[in-house]
Design a protein around this ligand. Structure first.
Ligand code: G3P
Length: 269
């Protein structure tokens, strides 16, 4: 499974890139806002160009802001034209269903925009996926990545069951029982279960689109996404830092350091 950083923070990207483990970057309007505020960015276009140069050849997802077919296609082309020439690594993020109100349940503009941009040879990351069917349709339309939101699926299931939770709380991949009844979102019992279903379908139907697990809230969930078949996972800088840490590693380091005999040390002089 490839590891991407879910961030628009150039310093975080630089750091993880320098560790030699970064395989991609995902952004969205919320992450861009966070970075722009943190660095008091005056010219966002220049900032994004700098970010792309830092990333060199690894894929970077940039999201459109429109909600209609014409707007999304226009913006997708602008993002591609302005930024892809820098490192040829831009993936345009298109929401699967750009409805803004709960009462609007279906808007096919996302699917149509994917198809048009795909025909123009623009790489697509289809975002805000919450069902296996949305993923399959996005793939059929030509998306290179589909991004199911693992943590937000768990949030939704917990909210429906009126379960209190903190954002980063672990949610069991095998689902959650309340009064002996398993909570579910029309058959989906957890965010990891959503990844599992999409990955299984894609493998069975020989769909080449990669499954990019997004909205991952903790290390355990990341591990489960890999087992569930995700091709890529995108995580925050905080999660990446946690992946490197373990108290027994620190304990082991202390013991090894204490046990170094002078003759062994001498060899390195
Ligand atoms: O990649 C999607 C991600 O940025 C959303 O994360 O934790 O706000 O659901 P979260």
């Amino acid at each position: 499974m490839k590891l991407f950083l879910d961030s628009a923070d150039i310093e975080e990207i630089k750091k993880v890139k320098s560790w030699g483990i970064l395989e991609g970057v995902t952004t969205n309007p919320s992450l861009i806002k966070k970075a722009a505020e943190k660095y008091k960015v005056k010219n966002l276009e220049t900032y994004i160009k700098k970010l792309l140069k830092v990333c060199k050849t690894i894929p970077v997802s940039l999201e459109v802001i429109g909600t209609d077919y014409e707007e999304m296609v226009r913006e997708g082309k602008i993002l591609h034209k302005k930024f892809n020439k820098i490192s040829r690594n831009v993936y345009v993020k298109i929401p699967i269903n750009p409805c803004l109100q709960k009462s609007c349940s279906m808007k096919s503009d996302g699917i149509q925009a994917i198809q048009t941009l795909h025909k123009s040879k623009i790489k697509i990351n289809c975002t805000l996926i919450f069902t296996p069917e949305q993923a399959t349709l996005a793939a059929k339309a030509g998306a290179n990545y589909v991004s199911p939101f693992v943590g937000r699926e768990d949030d939704y299931i917990r909210e429906m069951g009126r379960i209190k939770f903190e954002k980063n709380d672990y949610f069991p991949k095998e689902g959650f029982k309340k009064h002996k009844k398993r909570l579910e979102d029309k058959g989906i019992i957890s965010g990891v279960n959503l990844i599992e279903k999409i990955s299984t379908n894609f493998k069975r139907s020989k769909i080449k689109t990669e499954v990019l697990a997004a909205s991952i809230r903790n290390q355990k969930q990341l591990r489960e996404c890999e087992t569930a078949g995700a091709d890529i996972a995108t995580v925050t800088f905080k999660i990446i830092e946690k992946l490197i840490s373990h108290s027994k590693t620190v304990e082991g380091m202390k013991k090894f350091t204490k046990d170094i005999v002078p003759e062994y040390k001498k060899m390195f002089k």
